[in-house]
Design a protein around this ligand. Structure first.
Ligand SMILES: *Cc1c(COP(=O)(O)O)cnc(C)c1O
Length: 407
């Protein structure tokens, strides 16, 4: 297929959901190559998914071997990869004995499961309100969309799920919402990824834990983007300052990086929340099939064995420090290798385009923010290459802006 052909084919045959400026053909480590053989440094990682980069031998071997052994059997049965993954996730999340795991196929499906968990918890006492925060992104399926309070995403699909309620990201608003009563659950991203890598106000999560307990509501954390090691801890709620020592959420959802590119998501429950689902109330045909489960288990085992979380924390700090010196950069947000770069002007989409032209993949979750979510395996070479390309892209956008300012 020639360059013109694939563009026409994409326009004609794929659902019209946004521009697709490149066609990528292969990847290796932190690089991908397009149809013209041009090489790109991938610092978006398929939106915080490719945590081992591209074509990592552990991923390739796990998927190939499991595909040749047993790919799918349905959830009428179980498989060793499913059991091994569930046990590992419980251990990494620190659930203790009483935790349980549900395996699904995506972040949205994981959050749908969390919403049903909230219903099971609240319905018996008539508590139907599910709180979410302004700026939240929980997915595009109708339930998850109902707790994703963004007009452009929600309005074409109204009416959405009843009971969803968006509140401001302040402790005052949280307290006021609980005081109204009828809250079944509060769903929170420990760091809001799609909103532009935005951290919660200090003490917010700890207060949410207290209020949820006081009002017999569930504290559900959406760690689809922050989980599986992305922040330098297995889950962001384990970062210092998130929850008081020993406190835990009632449920955590995960997806994105957990299987390094194989589609898998899910829900981990803690304590009493583990006993809410019962036979017949939920399931998923593909969810946690041996192929997906083994991919995730092998990826997580590799991260553990290689101590990659230490690299995530160290490289994240190194990147944040280096980026702060660059033109147009006003500051950085996030943790580990989920980094939001605040720009001094709303030119993030120009920066993304300039970067792509230079062979660097990043994205713009907000008009003034660039997001980085590179592989956990990056080292000095990738960071040096990133800084060279990114500095050049920023300088080009800055120069263009100077020209535009009338004398
Ligand atoms: C990406 C994301 C989702 C949706 O996940 P999908 O796999 O696209 O369905 C939900 N919540 C958060 C925090 C996300 O970043």
């Amino acid at each position: 297929m020639t360059n013109a052909d694939w563009k026409a084919a994409a326009e004609r045959d794929l659902m019209s959901l946004g521009p697709r400026p490149r066609l990528f053909e292969r990847g290796e480590g932190s690089h991908v190559w397009d149809d013209e053989g041009r090489r790109y440094l991938d610092f978006l990682g398929g939106i915080a998914v490719n945590c081992l980069g591209h074509a990592h031998p552990v991923f390739v071997e796990a998927v190939s071997r499991q595909a040749a052994t047993l790919a799918h059997v349905s959830n009428y049965f179980t498989s060793r990869p499913q059991l091994e993954l569930a046990a590992r996730l419980k251990r990494l999340a620190g659930t203790g004995e009483t935790g349980r795991v549900f395996l699904a196929n995506s972040g949205s499906e994981a959050n749908e499961t969390a919403l049903k968990l909230a219903r099971l918890h609240g319905a018996p006492r008539g508590a139907h309100t599910i709180l979410c925060l302004e700026g939240a992104f929980h997915g595009r399926t109708t339930g998850a969309l109902s707790i994703t309070p963004k007009a452009a995403y929600q309005d074409p699909f109204a009416p959405l799920m009843p009971g969803a309620k968006a509140i401001a990201r302040t402790i005052d608003a949280l307290e006021a919402a609980f005081a109204q009563g009828g809250v079944a659950a509060v769903v929170i991203e420990p760091i809001q990824g799609e909103a532009g890598v935005r951290e919660l106000p200090a003490g917010f999560l700890a207060r949410a834990r207290e209020l949820a307990t006081e009002h017999d509501a569930l504290l559900i954390l959406d760690e689809v983007q922050t989980g599986a090691g992305r922040t330098g801890e297995w889950f962001a709620f384990q970062l210092p300052g998130m929850l008081p020592e020993g406190a835990l959420p009632d449920a955590v959802t995960f997806a994105k990086s957990v299987a390094a590119g194989f589609p898998l998501g899910g829900l981990i429950t803690f304590g009493a929340a583990s006993e809410l689902f019962y036979p017949g109330t939920h399931n998923s045909t593909f969810g946690g099939n041996p192929l997906a489960a083994h991919a995730a288990d092998a990826v997580l085992a590799h991260i553990e064995e290689e101590g990659l979380l230490a690299n995530v924390a160290a490289r994240g700090a190194q990147l944040r420090e280096a980026v702060a010196e660059l033109p147009l950069v006003a500051g950085t947000r996030g943790a580990g290798l989920l980094i939001g770069i605040a720009l001094s002007a709303p030119v993030a989409s120009d920066v993304v385009a300039a970067a792509l032209e230079r062979g660097l993949i990043v994205n713009a979750p907000a008009p003034d923010t660039i997001r980085l979510a590179p592989a956990y395996t990056i080292g000095d070479a990738e960071i040096d290459e990133f800084l060279t390309l990114f500095r050049d892209a920023l300088a080009a956008v800055a120069a263009h802006r100077t020209q535009e300012i009338p004398a």
